[in-house]
Design a protein around this ligand. Structure first.
Ligand SMILES: Cc1cc2nc3c(=O)[nH]c(=O)nc-3n(C[C@H](O)[C@H](O)[C@H](O)COP(=O)(O)OP(=O)(O)OC[C@H]3O[C@@H](n4cnc5c(N)ncnc54)[C@H](O)[C@@H]3O)c2cc1C
Length: 341
């Protein structure tokens, strides 16, 4: 849906990442109507926008599934419920109270909802960018990128990868099969990643497929008109060298920002929203939070945890929307899912 401007629903779900999509399924199973809203033009949140080709290994019953494939499967799972979606719209305003909320988007849409699920993940997420002179010009041509959407785009390139965590190492390992050369730059001698990744990194370094550049940090970019010809790196003592890369992939983490959500009156702590662990209700009655944006003691920012939070929130919302109908817990049956082929 692209031009709807006024809608009424049982549940408004802000964020169509993996947990927002699955929360829509759980609402559907309980016969609660919902609407999905997302600031991005496509569903899937981080999985679609940041790592569509990266395998995910910790989704139950999927030994490995790529980000895009997971999103496609979640989307197929909610298809029977015909959930309206307002994409490319950022929710800016939330007013009202438990049982009667009004949401407003930056495109002028108005959505009335009896309950709200905030599945906003990292909020307005973006990469932490290195402070290098002339960076924008190289970003504009794609010589500097922060995500790998298609490995094929890096075929035959000479890539400088910067960072010392899982993303830097995983992408170095993944791209070594297509790139001409990979340098892995880190300001410390030691990398912090899963033991198996570190083992594979040692193997690739020994085989000459990846060259570790440590302890160095990014210092400058060389080239003209957006064409990268070299990446200058420096030690803390000021020794410099130039790596003749034509692509730079800095992996310095994501900066997170709740954006407008921070002004809706809910308690928040460092870009997350504390919730009651058994229901996922926030400090604002009738507003629930699930997935990466939700926090409570023991919270793991994993997709599988977001799925279970979506189920808990949907069950907690049922009495708000259907106060006169008792909810008898049932296992999933075809009864709950309309028109499944
Ligand atoms: C490189 C990488 C690898 C990862 N690998 C794994 C892994 O192997 N296993 C795993 O479990 N997790 C992994 N994760 C983490 C996983 O992607 C997140 O836990 C997951 O995406 C959280 O889902 P979510 O739906 O809560 O939020 P998100 O995926 O962040 O989606 C939130 C959505 O909300 C939207 N939004 C935010 N604010 C608004 C607003 N005001 N109005 C409208 N829309 C809004 C955003 O546009 C976004 O689309 C990885 C993350 C990264 C970056």
């Amino acid at each position: 849906m692209t031009d709807a401007s006024s809608l009424s629903t049982d549940v408004a779900i802000i964020g169509a990442g993996p947990t927002g999509l699955f929360a829509a399924f759980e609402c559907g199973m309980l016969k609660l109507n919902c609407v999905l809203l997302d600031a991005l033009d496509e569903v899937g949140g981080q999985c679609a926008a940041l790592y569509p080709e990266k395998p995910i290994y910790d989704i139950p019953a999927h030994p490995a599934i790529e980000g895009a494939a997971l999103v496609e499967a979640l989307d197929r799972q909610i298809a029977p419920f015909d959930v309206p979606r307002l994409l490319g719209r950022r929710v800016e305003r939330l007013t009202g109270h438990r049982g009667d909320f009004v949401l407003g988007t930056d495109r002028g849409d108005t959505i009335r909802a009896r309950a709200v699920i905030v599945a906003a993940g990292a909020g307005a997420f973006g990469p932490n960018r290195p402070p290098l002179a002339g960076l924008e010009g190289f970003e504009a041509t794609g010589a500097v990128q922060y995500y790998v959407r298609r490995r094929a785009d890096f075929a035959g390139t000479r890539i400088v990868i910067a960072g010392g965590g899982d993303s830097a190492i995983d992408w170095a390992l993944s791209l070594k099969d297509v790139a001409e050369k990979i340098w892995l730059v880190h300001r410390r001698d030691r990398f912090r990643a899963a033991p198996e990744s570190l083992r594979q990194l040692d193997e690739a370094v020994a085989a000459g497929l990846i060259e570790k550049i440590v302890p160095y940090q990014l210092h400058g970019l060389h080239g003209a008109a957006g064409a990268l010809e070299g990446v200058e790196v420096a030690t803390l003592d000021g020794d410099t060298r130039i790596l003749p890369g034509n692509r730079l992939l800095p992996f310095f983490g994501l900066s997170t920002d709740l954006g407008p959500i921070a002004h809706w009156g809910m308690d928040s702590v460092r870009s997350t929203i504390p919730v009651v662990p058994s229901t996922c209700e926030t400090s604002l009655p009738g507003v629930f939070a699930v997935g990466d944006v939700a926090t409570y003691p023991g919270k793991l920012k994993l997709i599988l945890q977001g799925f279970s939070e979506g189920a808990m929130a949907a069950h907690a919302i049922h009495p708000i929307v259907r106060p006169d109908t008792a909810l008898h817990f049932e296992y999933s049956t075809s009864k709950g899912v309309p028109d499944r082929a």
